[in-house]
Design a protein around this ligand. Structure first.
Ligand code: UD1
Length: 389
């Protein structure tokens, strides 16, 4: 079987890593069913700190195709991705295309595959903010509706898809047992029925990678020395969403909020290139204890998070990572796709924040057990064999 993965933006390099590891493991166990792994990097992110560093740090293979699409308006960027991915798909003829998350690379890749009737697996399906002003929301909805395998990270994601009319839910929306995935009894039994995609709750691949990476991060806490930080005596800040950076009034409101909260704490702010550009034009400035630094790699951000007293972020991934590492989080948005973290008291939307968190014990996890990637690989193997029969 030939699987083509489409990645292009920072969080996708991270999500691809556990999948590629699970494929290697699968190929070791089942050489007769060997999965050929083809990696397409759209080039949406191109700065070293946003792209190459992740390949180096995770030891991910060099992309088989680098499309170099670069920056641009949404239509331009997505259009280039569709056009260039299509060329590769025609050349490679994969059995399945895997897309990750909610970026323009996700949607562009999915549309190119759908038009060529190639089954699509969407990793992180079913998330909704119910805010169509976010480009990510448009990308998610459209990608889900052209996909064949909808790999959901949570029950909330499953519920969202059910509400949109998807019907082919496996295992009642509970997390699929790994053994079940390996046997794949029901997956694909409807044969080539692309109008009836499979909705599968498999847990979150980001949890898989966190379990692996935090151990490594803790062995190499150099970033704390480099930035001269004392554990639990600083806050972490990240900010990059278009909804926050493309509107100066909103950006300045958030700068004000961060300044108010800082008190005597240092705030470390690894700045996204998009935010660096617009911050240059902002009249309101961060106070002195907000230290702006270059973007950091995944292991360093985990270490910075783990020893922080609090995180302020508009990133989806960091909200969950904070929850898993038991760090209180303030989300710099008006809504979140990760409502479970809010219900547990670990995450608060910034407009609801009144000076403290109401932390509850986190028993177990809402996002699986760290074996999501393994499930995905078993399921596409079983599901595709049935589907293509
Ligand atoms: C994208 C995703 C967002 C994801 C984020 C992770 C979309 C619509 N958004 O946002 O969901 O959370 O990636 O980082 O796909 N730029 C650089 N160097 C780079 C990359 C970007 O300078 O390596 C600048 C460019 O000027 C570009 C701007 O940042 O125009 C925005 O980049 P873009 O890829 O459009 O979206 P992100 O903000 O990174």
């Amino acid at each position: 079987m030939k699987v083509t993965h489409i990645v292009g933006a920072r969080p996708q390099f991270i999500k691809y890593f556990p999948i590629s590891s699970a494929i290697k493991k699968f190929n070791g166990h089942f050489p007769e069913n060997c999965i050929k792994d083809i990696l397409i990097h759209t080039g949406q992110h191109y700065d070293y700190a946003m792209s190459k560093i992740f390949f180096n740090k995770f030891g991910i293979k060099e992309p088989d195709y680098h499309l170099g699409v670069g920056s641009g308006l949404h239509g331009e960027q997505t259009g280039k991705i569709i056009q260039k991915v299509e060329e590769v798909l025609i050349n490679e003829k994969p059995d399945i295309v895997m897309v990750y998350g909610d970026t323009n690379s996700t949607l562009g890749g999915a549309l190119a595959a759908a038009k060529h009737h190639i089954p699509i697996a969407h990793i992180e399906a079913g998330l909704r903010s119910f805010n169509k002003y976010m480009p990510e929301e448009i990308n998610r909805i459209l990608t889900d509706h052209v996909s064949t395998f909808l790999f959901c990270p949570s029950k909330t994601a499953v519920k969202n898809l059910m509400n949109e009319g998807f019907k082919n839910l496996l295992y009642g929306g509970e997390i699929l047992p790994v053994d079940y995935c390996l046997q794949g009894t029901d997956v694909g039994s409807t044969k080539k029925d692309s109008n009836n995609p499979f909705v599968l709750n498999i847990g979150d691949v980001m949890y898989d990678i966190l379990i692996y990476a935090i151990e490594i991060a803790e062995k190499h806490p150099i970033i704390l020395e480099q930035l001269q930080l004392t554990p639990k005596n600083y806050y972490l800040l990240t900010l990059h969403r278009a909804e926050n950076t493309d509107n100066m009034e909103r950006l300045e409101e958030i700068i004000g909020f961060v300044n108010d909260i800082s008190g005597d704490k240092t705030i470390i702010f690894p700045i996204h290139p998009r935010t660096r550009k617009v911050y240059g034009n902002a009249k309101k400035r961060f106070v002195e204890n907000v230290k702006i630094v270059e973007p950091v790699d995944y292991f360093d951000i985990l270490m910075l998070l783990k020893t922080s007293a609090l995180i302020l972020t508009d990133s989806g991934g960091l909200q969950k990572e904070a929850y898993w590492l038991k760090i209180p989080c303030i989300t710099l948005r008006d809504e979140t796709e990760w409502m479970e973290t809010v219900q547990g008291g670990w995450n608060i939307l910034y407009k609801d924040y009144n000076g403290s968190h109401n932390l509850k014990d986190v028993n177990g996890t809402y996002y699986g057990d760290g074996k999501a990637a393994e499930r995905i690989v078993y399921l596409i193997n079983e599901g595709l064999h049935n589907l293509l029969r």
